[in-house]
Write a new protein. Structure first.
Length: 317
């Protein structure tokens, strides 16, 4: 074989994959949109949204949620137990606490321009949060509003860092949603979290659905990055859920330009758009095979492949 033939054999075509963290929507926004449409919205829709945020949502937090959160732990919240495995679902008390939080999250989404949210349910998907609720929900993580939508639609428990418990109101809200907390300073915390995931997602339990963004970070939605194996170690069927945002000239993803300008300015820019849309797709519940139950990484990769195919995007490690 000649050297030329050998070199030709070594050439391999690698498919191009989108950079999952690129977002230049603020930098590339047309001047007529920035100084025309946004100014027009600023003197029409923006004052209404801001008024709702300041005079309805904020008082709702101060008058209703703060007093409730102050007594939640002492009444029926996460009482201290000798063993974390002995913790039980809150039952009716949780429902009373979570309902106003769900209303609050929908009001917040309206303030940020989400007048309507389209939900497409594929055949085989779980119908609603109250009827045939899933044990584990896995979703792509794109924007700051992901958690708002999920709290409104499913009112799930989630996995978060332990420091959240120390934040006023938000800490009690997280405990009301019965989040699983990760203590990064504790070397055994990862094992405890995996144990809690398996315990709370057992069939027949009264726990709320567990929400996990397996990518572990926000991307621009043009590619799915590697899934963490955590939610798949429970060996339970999962409900894949796709979140796709759209706005004419403003990319809502929490990376790139939005990460550079900060959260406050990103929220203000959302409120200055005529509207923002969110399309949610509930895919068929993915039931793992015997091989996937024995291999959480294989399970995670196969779920990611199915989600990427539905989104018509690529994957990257």
């Amino acid at each position: 074989m000649s050297a030329k033939q050998s070199a030709k054999l070594r050439v391999r075509t690698v498919p191009l994959v989108e950079d999952p963290f690129v977002n230049h929507s603020i930098t590339d926004m047309p001047c007529w949109w920035k100084y025309g449409v946004q100014v027009l919205v600023g003197i029409t829709l923006f004052p209404i949204r801001l008024a709702l945020l300041l005079f309805v949502v904020a008082p709702f937090i101060l008058i209703c949620l703060i007093p409730f959160s102050s007594c939640f732990n002492s009444c029926c919240g996460n009482k201290k137990v000798a063993n974390a495995e002995d913790e039980q679902p809150h039952g009716c008390c949780r429902a009373c606490w979570v309902y106003p939080l769900r209303v609050l999250n929908r009001l917040l989404l309206w303030c940020f321009g989400f007048f309507w949210i389209a939900v497409t349910k594929k055949k085989g998907a779980t119908p609603t949060c109250c009827n045939g609720k899933p044990a584990v929900i896995v979703a792509n993580h794109t924007a700051l509003m992901d958690a708002m939508f999920m709290n409104w639609f499913y009112a799930p428990m989630a996995v978060g860092k332990a420091e959240i418990k120390k934040i006023p109101v938000a800490g009690n809200a997280a405990m009301a949603f019965q989040a699983i907390f990760v203590n990064r300073k504790n070397p055994n915390s990862k094992k405890e979290v995996l144990r809690d995931i398996k315990t709370r997602t057992k069939e027949g339990t009264a726990w709320p659905p567990l929400l996990i963004f397996p990518e572990g970070t926000c991307t621009n939605g043009k590619v799915l990055v590697q899934f963490k194996r955590g939610p798949f170690t429970a060996q339970r069927p999962v409900q894949p859920l796709l979140l796709r945002y759209w706005s004419p000239y403003f990319n809502l993803c929490a990376c790139g330009d939005n990460d550079r300008v900060g959260m406050v300015k990103s929220f203000l820019l959302m409120m200055l758009q005529p509207f923002n849309s969110l399309h949610v797709t509930l895919m068929p519940v993915y039931t793992p095979s015997t091989e996937e139950k024995n291999n959480a990484i294989l399970f995670a990769n196969n779920v990611r492949t199915a989600m990427a195919k539905e989104m018509n995007v690529g994957t990257t490690e």
